[in-house]
Design a protein around this ligand. Structure first.
Ligand SMILES: Nc1ncnc2c1ncn2[C@@H]1O[C@H](COP(=O)(O)OP(=O)(O)OP(=O)(O)O)[C@@H](O)[C@H]1O
Ligand SMILES: [Mg+2]
Length: 307
């Protein structure tokens, strides 16, 4: 569906995207993950034809971007900062958006009913956009992006700042769309959402570092991850111990990425003894996406044994 080859984009002194390769296949839910300023939005905007790459090639559904005007309806885009008109109602926003695609009023109306049903916004059809909750505003943005019935949907941080319940509901909608045949490319700062993607691509400093399924990414992580289960939350400082690569805290659980299983285990055990933390247990676990994300941001792709 999307084939990005050696694509770069510079803004004056900033190399926003550097020789990026990305292949999104039909039916994928591809998550593009990376720290702030990594180049995610720039890459998505190039894929949507909104900015032109300095070099490289982008094919959408096998066709070059230059022909995008002929198949623009196939592509839905929900930008990072989507501007709804606050003084228009839900339906008026949809009509406005649909008319930009030169769709007939009758077609927009029929499709709006269908999509509002999917996004659960029918009861709010006549509410002003300004009076919608944050989660509902995002759903309205999604509804607008779906008005052309695209087969490929690109979403830039669609759930940012949305409460956990609404994020779940939003993802259920995305799954339903995917099941009906839609391919999705999505960015998210939430690692629990990264787990829901069929594939993830990590980007940092404009470079795509790794593309894999979440499961393969976990299996091929090169270093053991030790989980310390504490009975009570307490500060523990393992960062400076030898052989410890990263430490992340999840309430009463602590994840420690160690260079070597035996040595790491001994170091942690000795630390707990020295600090008289008697009620803790240590077990090896699979890395979470959070561990992976931290590892990638700090250690780079060498932390994986990818085939
Ligand atoms: N129009 C622009 N002019 C100048 N620099 C830009 C422009 N757009 C992006 N940049 C720079 O390019 C880099 C990548 O920005 P981009 O918005 O693509 O990152 P991002 O991964 O989407 O970040 P975030 O997670 O904060 O949304 C940043 O250093 C940013 O400041
Ligand atoms: Mg962005």
């Amino acid at each position: 569906m999307i084939r990005v080859s050696k694509v770069s984009k510079r803004f004056k002194v900033v190399s926003a995207v550097q020789k990026a390769d990305l292949h999104v296949q039909k039916g994928d839910i591809m998550g593009l993950l990376g720290p702030d300023g990594a180049g995610k939005t720039t890459l998505l905007r190039m894929i949507c034809g909104l900015i032109t790459p300095d070099e490289g090639e982008i094919l959408l559904m096998g066709k070059p971007l230059e022909q995008l005007d002929k198949y623009r309806d196939e592509l839905g885009y929900m930008p990072q900062r989507f501007s709804l008109y606050g003084d228009l109602t839900v339906m008026e926003n949809i009509f406005f958006f649909g008319s930009m695609y030169r769709l007939d009023r009758s077609v927009i109306k029929q499709r709006a009913d269908e999509i509002l049903d999917i996004t659960n916004l029918i009861p709010f059809k006549n509410r002003l956009a300004d009076q919608l909750s944050g989660g509902m505003k995002q759903k309205l943005s999604l509804t607008c992006a779906l008005i052309t019935r695209p087969s490929l949907l690109i979403l830039d941080e669609p759930t940012y700042g949305v409460d956990p319940e609404s994020r779940k509901e939003f993802w259920k909608i995305l799954y339903d769309l995917n099941r009906s045949g839609m391919t999705l490319l999505i960015t998210t700062p939430y690692m629990d959402e990264a787990e829901l993607c069929t594939k993830v691509a990590f980007i940092s400093e404009g470079k795509i570092r790794l593309v894999s399924s979440p499961a393969d990414l976990k299996k091929s992580f090169s270093y053991p991850v030790m989980q310390i289960n504490l009975k009570t939350r307490r500060p523990i400082n393992l960062h400076d111990l030898p052989g410890i690569l990263d430490v992340s805290y999840m309430g009463s659980k602590v994840h420690v990425i160690v260079r070597d299983r035996e040595q790491g285990h001994t170091e942690i055990q000795n630390y707990l003894l020295r600090n008289r933390i008697a009620d803790a247990t240590i077990q090896e676990v699979l890395p979470t996406m959070e561990d992976i994300f931290v590892g990638l941001a700090e250690g780079g792709a060498e932390r994986w044994n990818m085939p």
